[in-house]
Design a protein around this ligand. Structure first.
Ligand code: PLP
Length: 421
């Protein structure tokens, strides 16, 4: 459920007509609904209660500081994968005790920054990283709280580019070697083991792979405890999928996911951490764009819009589907027209949808890509020197630009011509 609905014939974000935002901000733009973000976060806290838990929002899915503040103020923790994301979490006012640091390639500088600023735990992904983190922490006279990310070798049954829990993936250490690697961690002076971490992929549409992974984590918890390790926390990663196509079968709900976690892991008495990104942010955002031309091709019609692959990369990168809706509500029985919806960038990959049946649309009509809140704005670039797409947050009848569209002066001023040229 989200808060993007037609009212009086016009698509709204909560109580704000999208056409009002288009007039104020120009197109294209991302728009997020505070009520939807809040609701999705609450679904997880409700699903995990009464287990002790922390829902750590995966910042990489939507990293605007205003969104992080909204979630942080609700009590959310944050999952960061870089120095930049750590700084964003802090800038949003989230305390270090609620920030977990994930990622396969943390640098010594990133470790130092997080140890100085405060960190709940590092999710460590390799033996060299354990050694490096211990050295950094020791040099600062500290002990770094850690979990080790285990790779349970399960098939997440998702897109190959976002599956992370198979043994051929670069992530974590093989679960079969966990006992050995935890023993190494226990010997290193700069580390304090607090739990286990697992994350098997993104956009999972079934519970079975999660359950398979968490069952292995439960067994590992017993093994590691028997070996004398203190396993107080289980970080279960993110990955719960969302319905990108309204017409398709729906992925499991957070309440079902939570019930499975309680059944499989509840008896261990651990604090549960999860790191959802997409399920919180995905359906909380739209990308709104304007049709520039309706171009009749030889065997199809193209809708050329003012958003492009640099603004929303998912279709060209993963072949991802986004539902497209007109901002002006079509009459109930209005005729359908089949379009390829494309952007202006000089690549055939700049295609949002092929042979999509929509109501008739022409120049200056506004349309919205649904489910664009996650992995949308964060993956945007200035390819073709197109200004970075702005972001707008709506709450009730209020809206604000939370990242402005850069001016061409700002864009050009970043380049320098060397004196010797
Ligand atoms: C990407 C990622 C997440 C978030 O995944 P979603 O599918 O957006 O929920 C969480 N944890 C880690 C370690 C990740 O890499």
């Amino acid at each position: 459920m989200d808060h993007f609905l037609y009212r009086n014939g016009a698509l709204h974000a909560e109580d704000v007509p999208l056409s009002d935002i288009a007039v104020a901000v120009g197109t294209p733009f991302y728009v997020y609904s505070a009520a939807t973000l809040t609701r999705h976060y609450s679904l997880f806290t409700e699903a995990l209660s009464p287990l002790p838990h922390l829902v750590c929002f995966a910042i990489k899915s939507l990293s605007n500081i205003a969104v992080l503040k909204l979630l942080g103020d609700l009590g959310a923790g944050m999952d960061v994968v870089s120095q930049g994301e750590y700084l964003r979490a802090k800038a949003a006012g989230v305390p270090g005790e609620r920030i977990v640091f994930s990622g396969v390639g943390k640098t010594a500088a990133e470790m130092r920054l997080a140890l100085e600023g405060g960190i709940r735990q590092f999710n460590v992904e390799s033996e060299p990283e354990l050694e490096a983190l211990s050295a950094v922490a020791t040099s600062m006279g500290l002990q770094a709280p850690i979990t080790i990310r285990v790779n349970p070798d399960v098939d997440a049954k998702t897109h190959e580019k976002i599956a992370t829990g198979k043994k051929e993936n670069k992530f974590g250490i093989p679960i079969s070697r966990a006992a050995e690697v935890y023993a190494l961690a226990a010997r290193l002076p700069g580390l304090r083991v607090v739990g286990i971490d697992v994350h098997i992929g993104s956009q999972l549409t079934e519970l079975a792979p999660f359950e398979e992974a968490y069952t292995k984590v439960a067994a590992l918890t017993e093994t590691l405890r028997a070996a004398g390790h203190s396993i107080e926390r289980l970080d279960l990663g993110g990955g719960l999928g969302i319905p990108y196509e309204r017409s398709n079968t729906a992925p499991p709900l957070p309440i079902e996911y939570g019930a499975m976690i309680k059944r499989v892991l509840g008896p261990l008495g651990c604090e549960i951490e999860i790191e959802p990104g997409r399920l919180i942010s995905g359906n909380s955002g739209l990308l709104v764009t304007k049709v520039i031309y309706n171009k009749a091709g030889e065997d199809r019609d193209f809708l050329i819009v003012d958003a492009a692959m640099n603004d929303l990369l998912r279709p060209s990168m993963y072949g991802a589907h986004h539902d497209i809706v007109p901002v002006i509500e079509p009459a109930p029985a209005s005729p359908r027209q089949v379009y390829d919806v494309v952007g202006p960038v000089c690549e055939t990959g700049d295609t949002f949808a092929k042979a999509r049946a929509l109501t008739e649309l022409g120049a200056d009509d506004l349309i919205a890509f649904r489910s664009a809140g996650a992995y949308g704005a964060v993956m945007a670039s200035e390819y073709n020197t197109r200004p970075l797409v702005p972001e707008v947050l709506v709450k009730g009848d209020q809206f604000a630009v939370i990242r402005h569209r850069p001016t061409y002066e700002e864009i050009l001023a970043r380049d320098r011509i060397p004196e010797w040229l």
